[in-house]
Design a protein around this ligand. Structure first.
Ligand SMILES: Cc1cc2nc3c(=O)[nH]c(=O)nc-3n(C[C@H](O)[C@H](O)[C@H](O)COP(=O)(O)O)c2cc1C
Length: 345
Protein backbone atom coordinates (compact mmCIF):
# COMPACT_ATOMS: atom_id res chain seq x y z
CA UNK A 1 0.00 0.00 0.00
CA UNK A 2 1.40 3.38 -0.92
CA UNK A 3 1.84 6.02 1.74
CA UNK A 4 -0.55 8.97 1.78
CA UNK A 5 1.73 12.01 1.59
CA UNK A 6 -0.99 14.63 1.85
CA UNK A 7 -0.83 17.35 4.47
CA UNK A 8 -2.85 20.42 5.43
CA UNK A 9 -1.32 23.86 5.50
CA UNK A 10 -3.19 27.16 5.97
CA UNK A 11 -6.47 25.39 5.35
CA UNK A 12 -5.26 24.00 2.01
CA UNK A 13 -4.84 20.34 1.27
CA UNK A 14 -1.41 19.81 -0.26
CA UNK A 15 -0.25 16.70 -2.12
CA UNK A 16 2.83 16.40 0.10
CA UNK A 17 4.72 18.45 2.70
CA UNK A 18 7.56 19.78 0.48
CA UNK A 19 7.36 23.44 -0.50
CA UNK A 20 10.11 25.61 -2.02
CA UNK A 21 10.36 28.61 0.31
CA UNK A 22 10.37 32.23 -0.78
CA UNK A 23 13.39 32.86 -2.98
CA UNK A 24 14.41 34.03 -6.41
CA UNK A 25 14.08 30.42 -7.60
CA UNK A 26 10.46 31.41 -8.17
CA UNK A 27 11.37 34.33 -10.43
CA UNK A 28 11.76 32.18 -13.57
CA UNK A 29 8.87 30.35 -15.15
CA UNK A 30 11.02 27.44 -16.35
CA UNK A 31 12.38 26.91 -12.84
CA UNK A 32 8.85 27.04 -11.43
CA UNK A 33 7.78 24.40 -13.93
CA UNK A 34 10.71 22.20 -12.93
CA UNK A 35 9.86 22.60 -9.25
CA UNK A 36 6.27 21.61 -9.89
CA UNK A 37 7.43 18.69 -12.03
CA UNK A 38 9.72 17.56 -9.21
CA UNK A 39 6.73 17.37 -6.88
CA UNK A 40 6.57 20.73 -5.09
CA UNK A 41 3.22 20.78 -3.28
CA UNK A 42 2.95 24.59 -3.39
CA UNK A 43 5.27 27.46 -4.09
CA UNK A 44 6.08 30.56 -2.08
CA UNK A 45 7.03 33.38 -4.42
CA UNK A 46 10.03 35.59 -3.66
CA UNK A 47 9.09 38.64 -1.60
CA UNK A 48 7.83 42.00 -2.61
CA UNK A 49 9.69 44.33 -0.23
CA UNK A 50 8.35 47.40 1.55
CA UNK A 51 11.42 49.27 0.31
CA UNK A 52 10.69 48.36 -3.31
CA UNK A 53 7.11 49.57 -3.06
CA UNK A 54 8.09 52.81 -1.40
CA UNK A 55 10.92 53.34 -3.83
CA UNK A 56 8.57 52.91 -6.74
CA UNK A 57 5.97 55.20 -5.26
CA UNK A 58 8.61 57.87 -4.67
CA UNK A 59 9.70 57.57 -8.27
CA UNK A 60 6.16 57.93 -9.46
CA UNK A 61 5.80 61.13 -7.50
CA UNK A 62 9.15 62.46 -8.66
CA UNK A 63 10.45 62.59 -5.13
CA UNK A 64 13.49 60.42 -5.59
CA UNK A 65 15.61 63.26 -6.89
CA UNK A 66 14.79 65.43 -3.88
CA UNK A 67 15.47 62.66 -1.46
CA UNK A 68 18.80 61.75 -3.01
CA UNK A 69 19.85 65.39 -2.90
CA UNK A 70 18.87 65.89 0.68
CA UNK A 71 20.20 62.63 2.00
CA UNK A 72 23.52 61.28 0.68
CA UNK A 73 22.75 57.86 2.16
CA UNK A 74 19.67 57.59 0.03
CA UNK A 75 21.76 57.99 -3.11
CA UNK A 76 23.75 54.86 -2.37
CA UNK A 77 20.66 52.97 -1.21
CA UNK A 78 18.23 53.46 -4.05
CA UNK A 79 20.39 52.39 -7.00
CA UNK A 80 20.81 49.01 -5.31
CA UNK A 81 17.07 48.63 -5.26
CA UNK A 82 16.94 49.33 -8.97
CA UNK A 83 19.09 46.23 -9.47
CA UNK A 84 16.14 44.13 -8.36
CA UNK A 85 14.37 45.23 -11.52
CA UNK A 86 11.15 43.91 -10.07
CA UNK A 87 8.80 46.66 -9.08
CA UNK A 88 5.45 46.05 -7.45
CA UNK A 89 3.56 45.85 -10.73
CA UNK A 90 6.07 43.42 -12.20
CA UNK A 91 5.63 41.30 -9.08
CA UNK A 92 1.87 41.20 -9.47
CA UNK A 93 2.16 40.35 -13.17
CA UNK A 94 4.59 37.55 -12.34
CA UNK A 95 2.20 36.22 -9.72
CA UNK A 96 -0.68 36.20 -12.21
CA UNK A 97 1.48 34.44 -14.80
CA UNK A 98 2.62 31.88 -12.21
CA UNK A 99 -0.96 31.16 -11.23
CA UNK A 100 -1.86 30.63 -14.87
CA UNK A 101 1.16 28.38 -15.42
CA UNK A 102 1.05 26.10 -12.37
CA UNK A 103 -1.56 23.74 -10.95
CA UNK A 104 -0.23 23.90 -7.38
CA UNK A 105 -1.15 26.64 -4.87
CA UNK A 106 0.88 29.83 -5.13
CA UNK A 107 1.66 31.76 -1.97
CA UNK A 108 2.60 35.43 -2.35
CA UNK A 109 5.17 36.99 -0.06
CA UNK A 110 5.29 40.49 1.36
CA UNK A 111 8.33 41.59 3.31
CA UNK A 112 8.49 44.65 5.53
CA UNK A 113 8.59 46.11 9.02
CA UNK A 114 6.29 49.10 9.32
CA UNK A 115 2.60 49.82 9.23
CA UNK A 116 2.02 52.07 6.24
CA UNK A 117 0.61 52.52 2.78
CA UNK A 118 2.75 49.75 1.35
CA UNK A 119 0.62 47.11 3.09
CA UNK A 120 -2.15 47.74 0.55
CA UNK A 121 -0.13 45.40 -1.66
CA UNK A 122 -1.38 42.53 0.47
CA UNK A 123 -4.79 43.05 -1.11
CA UNK A 124 -3.24 43.43 -4.55
CA UNK A 125 -1.44 40.12 -4.11
CA UNK A 126 -4.77 38.56 -3.15
CA UNK A 127 -6.46 40.14 -6.17
CA UNK A 128 -3.70 38.84 -8.45
CA UNK A 129 -4.81 35.34 -7.50
CA UNK A 130 -2.54 34.23 -4.64
CA UNK A 131 -3.92 31.26 -2.73
CA UNK A 132 -2.36 32.55 0.48
CA UNK A 133 0.02 35.25 1.68
CA UNK A 134 3.22 34.97 3.68
CA UNK A 135 4.13 38.13 5.58
CA UNK A 136 7.84 38.21 6.34
CA UNK A 137 8.72 40.57 9.19
CA UNK A 138 12.50 40.86 9.17
CA UNK A 139 13.30 43.48 11.77
CA UNK A 140 16.69 44.06 13.38
CA UNK A 141 15.92 45.89 16.62
CA UNK A 142 19.09 47.99 16.81
CA UNK A 143 17.69 51.04 18.62
CA UNK A 144 18.52 50.87 22.36
CA UNK A 145 15.49 53.05 23.10
CA UNK A 146 13.16 50.43 21.68
CA UNK A 147 11.91 47.98 24.32
CA UNK A 148 11.03 44.35 23.67
CA UNK A 149 7.38 45.29 24.19
CA UNK A 150 7.69 48.03 21.52
CA UNK A 151 9.24 45.58 19.08
CA UNK A 152 6.60 42.95 19.69
CA UNK A 153 3.80 45.50 19.32
CA UNK A 154 5.26 46.53 15.99
CA UNK A 155 5.00 42.94 14.73
CA UNK A 156 1.44 42.64 15.99
CA UNK A 157 0.31 45.96 14.52
CA UNK A 158 1.77 45.17 11.13
CA UNK A 159 0.26 41.72 11.12
CA UNK A 160 -3.14 43.07 12.16
CA UNK A 161 -3.05 45.70 9.38
CA UNK A 162 -2.32 43.04 6.76
CA UNK A 163 -4.90 40.69 8.27
CA UNK A 164 -7.53 43.36 7.95
CA UNK A 165 -6.88 43.85 4.26
CA UNK A 166 -6.97 40.23 3.06
CA UNK A 167 -9.32 37.28 3.37
CA UNK A 168 -6.95 34.62 1.99
CA UNK A 169 -4.98 32.55 4.52
CA UNK A 170 -2.13 34.50 6.07
CA UNK A 171 1.14 33.11 7.41
CA UNK A 172 3.75 35.18 9.21
CA UNK A 173 7.47 34.45 8.88
CA UNK A 174 9.52 35.64 11.84
CA UNK A 175 12.92 35.17 13.43
CA UNK A 176 13.52 33.34 16.69
CA UNK A 177 14.86 36.26 18.74
CA UNK A 178 12.03 36.99 21.14
CA UNK A 179 12.48 36.73 24.92
CA UNK A 180 9.39 34.58 25.08
CA UNK A 181 9.05 32.89 21.72
CA UNK A 182 6.09 30.72 22.72
CA UNK A 183 4.10 33.66 24.03
CA UNK A 184 4.92 35.73 20.94
CA UNK A 185 3.83 32.86 18.72
CA UNK A 186 0.50 32.73 20.50
CA UNK A 187 0.00 36.50 20.18
CA UNK A 188 0.82 36.39 16.46
CA UNK A 189 -1.92 33.82 16.06
CA UNK A 190 -4.33 35.94 18.12
CA UNK A 191 -3.48 38.91 15.86
CA UNK A 192 -4.65 36.93 12.85
CA UNK A 193 -1.92 34.61 11.60
CA UNK A 194 -3.25 31.31 10.24
CA UNK A 195 0.27 29.96 10.12
CA UNK A 196 3.77 30.55 11.48
CA UNK A 197 6.81 30.14 9.25
CA UNK A 198 9.74 29.36 11.53
CA UNK A 199 12.28 30.81 11.20
CA UNK A 200 13.57 33.68 9.21
CA UNK A 201 17.29 33.17 8.75
CA UNK A 202 18.88 36.48 9.72
CA UNK A 203 21.88 37.15 7.54
CA UNK A 204 24.86 37.96 9.72
CA UNK A 205 27.25 40.48 8.16
CA UNK A 206 30.96 39.65 8.19
CA UNK A 207 33.92 42.04 8.14
CA UNK A 208 36.52 42.07 5.36
CA UNK A 209 39.91 42.49 7.05
CA UNK A 210 41.57 43.87 3.88
CA UNK A 211 39.05 46.59 3.10
CA UNK A 212 37.57 46.95 6.62
CA UNK A 213 34.20 46.99 4.91
CA UNK A 214 31.14 45.12 6.06
CA UNK A 215 30.71 42.02 3.95
CA UNK A 216 27.04 41.13 3.58
CA UNK A 217 27.63 38.08 1.32
CA UNK A 218 24.85 35.53 1.56
CA UNK A 219 25.95 32.03 2.48
CA UNK A 220 23.57 29.16 1.90
CA UNK A 221 22.48 27.26 4.99
CA UNK A 222 23.70 23.91 6.29
CA UNK A 223 21.57 21.12 7.80
CA UNK A 224 23.03 21.90 11.26
CA UNK A 225 20.89 25.04 11.28
CA UNK A 226 17.66 23.09 11.39
CA UNK A 227 18.01 22.51 15.12
CA UNK A 228 16.66 25.95 15.99
CA UNK A 229 13.32 25.64 14.14
CA UNK A 230 13.19 21.95 15.12
CA UNK A 231 13.10 22.79 18.82
CA UNK A 232 10.51 25.54 18.50
CA UNK A 233 8.20 23.63 16.21
CA UNK A 234 8.35 20.76 18.71
CA UNK A 235 7.46 23.14 21.54
CA UNK A 236 4.70 24.98 19.67
CA UNK A 237 2.97 21.99 18.11
CA UNK A 238 -0.38 21.59 19.87
CA UNK A 239 0.08 24.83 21.81
CA UNK A 240 -0.86 27.32 19.11
CA UNK A 241 -3.89 27.06 16.90
CA UNK A 242 -2.07 27.61 13.61
CA UNK A 243 -0.31 25.78 10.82
CA UNK A 244 3.44 25.44 11.25
CA UNK A 245 5.94 25.66 8.41
CA UNK A 246 9.59 24.79 8.98
CA UNK A 247 12.29 26.74 7.16
CA UNK A 248 16.08 26.83 7.57
CA UNK A 249 18.45 23.94 7.21
CA UNK A 250 16.16 21.46 5.45
CA UNK A 251 18.40 19.87 2.83
CA UNK A 252 17.62 16.13 2.78
CA UNK A 253 14.73 13.74 3.33
CA UNK A 254 15.87 13.10 6.88
CA UNK A 255 15.75 16.82 7.66
CA UNK A 256 12.19 17.11 6.38
CA UNK A 257 11.18 13.96 8.29
CA UNK A 258 12.52 15.34 11.57
CA UNK A 259 10.53 18.53 11.10
CA UNK A 260 7.35 16.60 10.36
CA UNK A 261 7.85 14.34 13.35
CA UNK A 262 8.14 17.29 15.72
CA UNK A 263 5.04 18.87 14.23
CA UNK A 264 5.63 20.86 11.05
CA UNK A 265 2.76 20.81 8.55
CA UNK A 266 5.09 21.66 5.69
CA UNK A 267 8.84 21.80 5.25
CA UNK A 268 10.35 24.52 3.13
CA UNK A 269 13.59 24.52 1.17
CA UNK A 270 15.72 27.18 -0.47
CA UNK A 271 19.48 26.58 -0.01
CA UNK A 272 19.34 22.90 -0.96
CA UNK A 273 17.51 23.75 -4.18
CA UNK A 274 20.00 26.49 -5.06
CA UNK A 275 22.85 24.06 -4.43
CA UNK A 276 21.43 20.98 -6.17
CA UNK A 277 18.82 22.28 -8.60
CA UNK A 278 15.01 22.00 -8.66
CA UNK A 279 15.02 18.19 -9.17
CA UNK A 280 16.53 17.81 -5.72
CA UNK A 281 12.99 18.20 -4.46
CA UNK A 282 12.02 14.92 -6.12
CA UNK A 283 14.94 13.08 -4.53
CA UNK A 284 13.91 14.48 -1.15
CA UNK A 285 10.29 13.50 -1.66
CA UNK A 286 11.30 9.96 -2.69
CA UNK A 287 13.40 9.74 0.48
CA UNK A 288 10.46 10.87 2.64
CA UNK A 289 8.18 8.31 1.01
CA UNK A 290 10.69 5.46 1.41
CA UNK A 291 11.28 6.23 5.09
CA UNK A 292 7.57 6.29 5.82
CA UNK A 293 7.11 2.97 4.03
CA UNK A 294 10.05 1.38 5.85
CA UNK A 295 8.69 2.55 9.19
CA UNK A 296 5.18 1.42 8.33
CA UNK A 297 3.45 4.76 8.53
CA UNK A 298 0.27 4.97 6.50
CA UNK A 299 0.31 8.72 6.06
CA UNK A 300 2.13 11.94 6.75
CA UNK A 301 -0.81 13.05 8.89
CA UNK A 302 -0.29 9.98 11.09
CA UNK A 303 3.35 10.78 11.85
CA UNK A 304 3.06 14.59 12.00
CA UNK A 305 3.76 15.80 15.52
CA UNK A 306 4.26 12.32 17.00
CA UNK A 307 7.52 13.51 18.58
CA UNK A 308 6.42 17.05 19.45
CA UNK A 309 7.13 18.17 22.98
CA UNK A 310 3.67 17.39 24.29
CA UNK A 311 3.66 13.97 22.61
CA UNK A 312 7.20 12.72 23.17
CA UNK A 313 8.53 10.53 25.99
CA UNK A 314 11.11 13.05 27.15
CA UNK A 315 9.55 16.54 26.96
CA UNK A 316 12.30 18.27 28.97
CA UNK A 317 14.79 17.24 26.29
CA UNK A 318 13.55 20.24 24.31
CA UNK A 319 14.32 22.59 27.19
CA UNK A 320 17.18 23.46 29.55
CA UNK A 321 18.03 19.99 30.83
CA UNK A 322 19.01 19.05 27.34
CA UNK A 323 21.57 21.85 27.43
CA UNK A 324 23.11 20.78 30.75
CA UNK A 325 23.22 17.15 29.65
CA UNK A 326 24.92 18.04 26.38
CA UNK A 327 27.60 20.16 28.05
CA UNK A 328 28.39 17.70 30.80
CA UNK A 329 28.56 14.76 28.42
CA UNK A 330 30.76 16.35 25.79
CA UNK A 331 33.96 14.30 25.94
CA UNK A 332 37.28 15.78 24.88
CA UNK A 333 40.84 14.49 25.30
CA UNK A 334 41.56 17.62 27.38
CA UNK A 335 38.93 17.29 30.09
CA UNK A 336 39.03 15.67 33.53
CA UNK A 337 37.54 12.37 32.40
CA UNK A 338 40.66 11.64 30.40
CA UNK A 339 43.10 12.16 33.31
CA UNK A 340 44.18 8.70 34.55
CA UNK A 341 43.60 8.35 38.29
CA UNK A 342 41.31 11.38 38.49
CA UNK A 343 38.53 10.67 41.01
CA UNK A 344 36.02 11.93 38.44
CA UNK A 345 37.38 9.74 35.62
C1 LIG B 1 18.98 33.54 -2.53
C2 LIG B 1 17.87 33.57 -1.51
C3 LIG B 1 16.79 34.43 -1.68
C4 LIG B 1 15.78 34.49 -0.71
N1 LIG B 1 14.73 35.34 -0.89
C5 LIG B 1 13.76 35.41 0.05
C6 LIG B 1 12.64 36.24 -0.12
O1 LIG B 1 12.49 36.94 -1.13
N2 LIG B 1 11.71 36.28 0.88
C7 LIG B 1 11.80 35.51 2.02
O2 LIG B 1 10.92 35.55 2.87
N3 LIG B 1 12.86 34.69 2.19
C8 LIG B 1 13.82 34.62 1.25
N4 LIG B 1 14.87 33.78 1.42
C9 LIG B 1 14.93 32.96 2.66
C10 LIG B 1 14.39 31.55 2.41
O3 LIG B 1 13.02 31.57 2.09
C11 LIG B 1 14.60 30.64 3.62
O4 LIG B 1 13.74 31.03 4.69
C12 LIG B 1 16.03 30.64 4.16
O5 LIG B 1 16.96 30.58 3.08
C13 LIG B 1 16.27 29.43 5.06
O6 LIG B 1 15.97 28.23 4.40
P1 LIG B 1 17.10 27.29 3.74
O7 LIG B 1 17.96 26.81 4.85
O8 LIG B 1 16.32 26.20 3.08
O9 LIG B 1 17.86 28.12 2.76
C14 LIG B 1 15.87 33.67 0.44
C15 LIG B 1 16.94 32.79 0.59
C16 LIG B 1 17.93 32.73 -0.37
C17 LIG B 1 19.06 31.74 -0.18
Amino acid sequence: MSVDLRTHYLGMELANPLVPSASTLSSRTDTLRRLEGAGAAAIVLYSLFEEQIEHEEMQVHGLLEMSAESNPEARSYFPELEDYNTGADAYLRHLEATKAELQIPVIGSLNGISVGGWTKYAKRIQDAGADALELNIYFVAADPDLTSADVEQRYLDLLAAVRESVSIPLAVKVGPYFSSMANMARRLVQAGADGLVLFNRFLQPDLDLDTLKVDPTLHLSTPEELRLPLRWIAILRGRVDASLAATTGIHRAKDALKMLLVGADVTMMASALYRNGPEHLKATLDGVREWLEEHEYESVEQMKGSVSQIACEDPVAFERSNYMHALVNYISPYDWRMVPGSPQA
